[in-house]
Design a binder for this molecule. Structure first.
Ligand SMILES: C[S@@+](CC[C@H](N)C(=O)[O-])C[C@H]1O[C@@H](n2cnc3c(N)ncnc32)[C@H](O)[C@@H]1O
Length: 268
C-alpha cells in the first residue's frame, strides 16, 4: 500500500495543473476548501467521545471494510479508530454536498454515523439514507443522529436487502457513497444494482480503491465500464460522474494542493 501511495503521489496533479473548468472548480470547492462550521465541531466532539469509549459491543464481522482486528466483541474506540473516515475525508463529503447542490444521498456503510452526520450538514435540504448491517453499530449511529438532531434515514440490514427495498421505492440519489464491503465482486455488483438509482449528473464515490488487489482491480474495471465518464482517483476515494462525458481528458489522478505544495504547474 505504501508503494501504491508513492506511485499515486508521483502521478497526482493539483488544482494548479488541471485545465478543465469543472475539475478545477471541484478541487477548489470540495477538496481544497478549508472552511468549517459550528455543527461540524459538534460532530468532531462526538468522534472524540467515541475514541475515548471503552464500551464493548458484539459485532458481526463482514470480512472487508474495517481496518482493525476482527473479533466478535469490539470497543467503540476500536471502531472509531479503524472503521471511521478521518476528518479531512468527512470534510470533503460536506463540501461536496454543498458545492454540487446535492439533495439526496445514499451511503453504504454507516458505522458510527460520522460521515452520515457530515453529509447531513452539507445543506439544509439534503436527505441522507445510510445502511449498516451490524444492528449494534447501527444503534450507536442512530443515538448519534438523535443527539445531533439530524433527520437521517438509518437502515439496519445487509446492503443487498436494503438496496432491494430502495429499488422498489424508486427514489433516486444525487450522490451514492460506497464505504463498506470493500471487495471486488460486491463493489461491481453494488454498482450495477445502484446505477438505476443515480440521478443524471449524479456522482458515485468508492472508498478505499487501493485497499486490496481486488479493490484495485475493481477500480480498473469501473474505468472500462464507465468509458468516457469523468473519473477521479484521490487514492482514498475513486469518484465517478457517469454522465459527465464532455470532459477531455476524463481520467484524473488528483491530490489536495496542500499535500503537494511544490507542485505549482510551472513545468507541466
Ligand atoms: C468503513 S465502515 C463505514 C464508515 C463510515 N462511512 C464512516 O466513515 O463514518 C463500513 C461499515 O459497513 C458495514 N458493512 C460492511 N459490509 C456490509 C454489508 N454487506 N451489508 C451491510 N453493512 C455492511 C460494516 O459493518 C461497517 O460498519
Amino acid at each position: 500500500m505504501v508503494l501504491d501511495f508513492l506511485k499515486y503521489y508521483w502521478r497526482a496533479k493539483t488544482t494548479h495543473q488541471v485545465h478543465s473548468e469543472f475539475v478545477f472548480n471541484f478541487l477548489q470547492n470540495v477538496i481544497d476548501n478549508p472552511s468549517h462550521s459550528q455543527p461540524l465541531k459538534l460532530i468532531e466532539e462526538k468522534r472524540q467521545k467515541f475514541l475515548k469509549s471503552n464500551e464493548k459491543i458484539e459485532v458481526v464481522d463482514f470480512g472487508a471494510g474495517s481496518k482493525g482486528p476482527s473479533s466478535t466483541k469490539k470497543s467503540i474506540r476500536n471502531i472509531a479508530q479503524y472503521a471511521v473516515s478521518p476528518p479531512f475525508q468527512c470534510l470533503w463529503l460536506y463540501h461536496l454536498v454543498r458545492a454540487q447542490k446535492i439533495n439526496r444521498v445514499l451511503e453504504l456503510g454507516t458505522s458510527l454515523g460520522i460521515t452520515a452526520a457530515y453529509l447531513a450538514q452539507g445543506n439544509p435540504h439534503v436527505q441522507v439514507t445510510t445502511i449498516e448491517g451490524d444492528p449494534n453499530i447501527s444503534k450507536k449511529a442512530i443515538e448519534l443522529f438523535d443527539q445531533l438532531h439530524l433527520n437521517i434515514d438509518a437502515r439496519s440490514g445487509q446492503f443487498n436487502d436494503v438496496i432491494t427495498d430502495l429499488v422498489k421505492s424508486s427514489i433516486t440519489y444525487d450522490l451514492i457513497y460506497i464505504d463498506g464491503h470493500h471487495a471486488k465482486i460486491p463493489t461491481l455488483e453494488y454498482t450495477q444494482r445502484l446505477l438505476p438509482l443515480l440521478n443524471p449528473e449524479g456522482v458515485i464515490i468508492y472508498d478505499d480503491i487501493y485497499w486490496s488487489e481486488g479493490m484495485k482491480e475493481a477500480w480498473q474495471e469501473l474505468k472500462q465500464k464507465f468509458v468516457g465518464a469523468l473519473m477521479m482517483d484521490f487514492y482514498f476515494w475513486g469518484i465517478v460522474f457517469p454522465d459527465k462525458k464532455d470532459i477531455v481528458p476524463n481520467d484524473y489522478t488528483l491530490i489536495p494542493k496542500k499535500w503537494k505544495p511544490l507542485q505549482l504547474g510551472l513545468w507541466q
